[in-house]
Design a protein around this ligand. Structure first.
Ligand code: UD1
Ligand code: CA
Length: 466
């Protein structure tokens, strides 16, 4: 346990389709906390070795899988998926893992942590074993390979569910598919694998029994791990379970760093997101992609933000925010939709039932109620009255609306773009503004109000006559 091995190579098995997922997408590309599963395995491997010592075995959807992997890790192609033993053999045949410790991990086990791999490798290197297997004890071991131990407690072999007899199926200690092999021992036994089993595949699990036969009762070590750390994803339901585990870890780390999360079970933050200490997250918040939340921001309840930046001290609630930048101490919501290219400056406000797209809102400016602002440049300290809309699309092209500083746009103004309102300009409520407005002027566009006296009584009389 104390020796640090000289060389650690990590083989990540990622060639299978994952038929139990019932999905065209290769299983290892299904996202967990926003990150393709296989990249979690790569991140764990990176905690024990360098990228040139990481090989990913790809096969089903190989091009798709390669596309998400960093260029610095190796890939080995397994054209036909003839089993986990075959996959590892191909990696070794490519000249990989020639000395020291060879760790094998499945690409569908995102919860596996670097420190667990480090301990497994240290136990392998520090002992006289040919392999140390990471196992877990489960209440329901269905579907997993069972770890068969002898009377002395030493591991004898691993039996797959499909090949297990009744007695073996009752065993609750299972193989997690995570191993630390002595490189030379693995090379020797892998040549002896056959396909004489229920699935007619080369099982990597059979190396364990072979090592035991060659090396005797001290040949195989086992490390019993935490099930939460190492149980893989085979089905959509397991994916949901693992996603919940990873999200709770992300939330825990954020809380440890000083983020206030009111209800972690109802907070969905991708691994790629940054949240500063001192931010507060209310329930039902989804933060995805490259989103960042600055210090003192209060986000939620009910916010979906993707690839967006929420500034210091901003307040965003009941809102959808996509590719947008919310300035410091800005208020957004409730019930607002900020689309791509929305930028709000310090102290501005986007209020209730407001949609914005490709719009810059200057410092202190407000769009408080029921508006659509698209392709608009709005200066400082301007106010957009309730129900105002930029008519930015003429059915063929988009046009820009420019609104200066200190502008008062009256309620229900239609701004027919391209159009410009000068600094300090006003528009009358209900106007359709299709010409530029001079700075400081009031533009009104509506017919004069007229009255028909006693209209109600006349109308009633007419109705009674007929
Ligand atoms: C495997 C183990 C089983 C263990 C379980 C833990 C074997 C034979 N069985 O079973 O003992 O309890 O994992 O989750 O190893 N893969 C390849 N090439 C192949 C076949 C699989 O790269 O030819 C990859 C898959 O993409 C996957 C991993 O290996 O990432 C495991 O394959 P999977 O089919 O999920 O194995 P299990 O049946 O779960
Ligand atoms: Ca599996």
């Amino acid at each position: 346990m104390t020796t640090t091995p000289a060389a650690i190579a990590v083989v990540i098995l990622a060639a299978g389709q994952g038929t139990r997922m019932k999905s065209e997408l290769p299983k290892v590309l299904h996202p967990v906390a926003g990150r393709p599963m296989v990249l979690w395995a790569v991140e764990a491997a990176r905690q024990v070795t360098t990228d040139d010592q990481i090989a990913v075995v790809v096969g089903y959807g190989a091009d798709q899988v390669r596309a998400v992997l960093p260029d610095s890790v190796r890939t080995v192609t397994q054209a036909a998926q003839l089993g986990t033993g075959h996959a590892v053999k191909l990696a070794l045949d490519s000249g990989f893992g020639s000395e020291g410790v060879v760790i094998v991990i499945p690409g569908d086990t995102p919860q596996l942590r670097g420190p667990v791999l480090a301990e497994l490798a240290a136990r392998q290197a520090g002992g006289s074993t040919g392999v140390v297997v990471l196992t877990a004890r489960l209440d329901d071991p269905t579907g997993f390979g069972r770890v068969v131990r002898g009377l002395d407690g030493a591991v004898e072999k691993i039996v797959e569910q499909t090949d297990a007899g009744e007695e073996e199926r009752a065993i609750r200690e299972v193989n997690t598919s995570v191993y630390a092999f002595d490189a030379a021992t693995l090379r020797a036994v892998i040549e002896a694998l056959d396909t004489d089993n229920a699935q007619q595949e080369m099982y990597l699990t059979d190396t364990v029994g072979l090592i035991r036969v060659h090396r005797g009762d001290r040949g195989v070590g086992a490390m019993v791990g935490d099930a939460d750390d190492s149980l893989g994803v085979n089905t959509p339901a397991q994916l949901a379970g693992v996603d919940a585990v990873m999200r709770s870890r992300i939330n825990q780390d954020l809380m440890d760093a000083g983020v206030r999360i009111l209800d972690p079970a109802r907070t969905y933050i991708d691994a790629s997101v940054e949240v500063a200490a001192g931010a507060t997250i209310y329930p039902d918040v989804y933060l995805e992609g490259s989103t960042t939340i600055a210090e003192g921001a209060v986000v939620g309840p009910s916010v979906f933000a993707v690839d967006s930046h929420i500034g210091a001290g901003a307040r965003v609630w009941y809102a959808v925010v996509r590719e947008a930048t919310v300035g410091p101490r800005t208020e957004v919501g409730p019930f607002a939709s900020l689309r791509a290219g929305t930028v709000t400056e310090e102290g501005s406000k986007i209020g209730t039932f407001v949609e914005t797209k490709n719009t810059h809102l200057g410092e202190g400016s407000k769009i408080p109620h029921l508006s659509y602002m698209g392709d608009a440049q709005i200066g400082r300290n301007s106010n957009i009255g309730a129900g105002s809309i930029t008519c930015n699309y003429d059915g063929f092209e988009k046009h820009e609306t420019v609104i200066g500083d200190d502008v008062r746009v009256g309620s229900d103004t239609m701004l027919v773009a391209p159009v410009e309102l000068g600094d300090g300009a006003w528009t009358g409520a209900g106007s359709v503004i299709s010409k530029d407005v001079t700075p400081g002027a009031l533009a009104v566009e509506r017919s004069d109000q007229r009255e028909i006296p006693d209209y109600a009584a006349k109308r009633r009389a007419k109705a009674n006559d007929s």
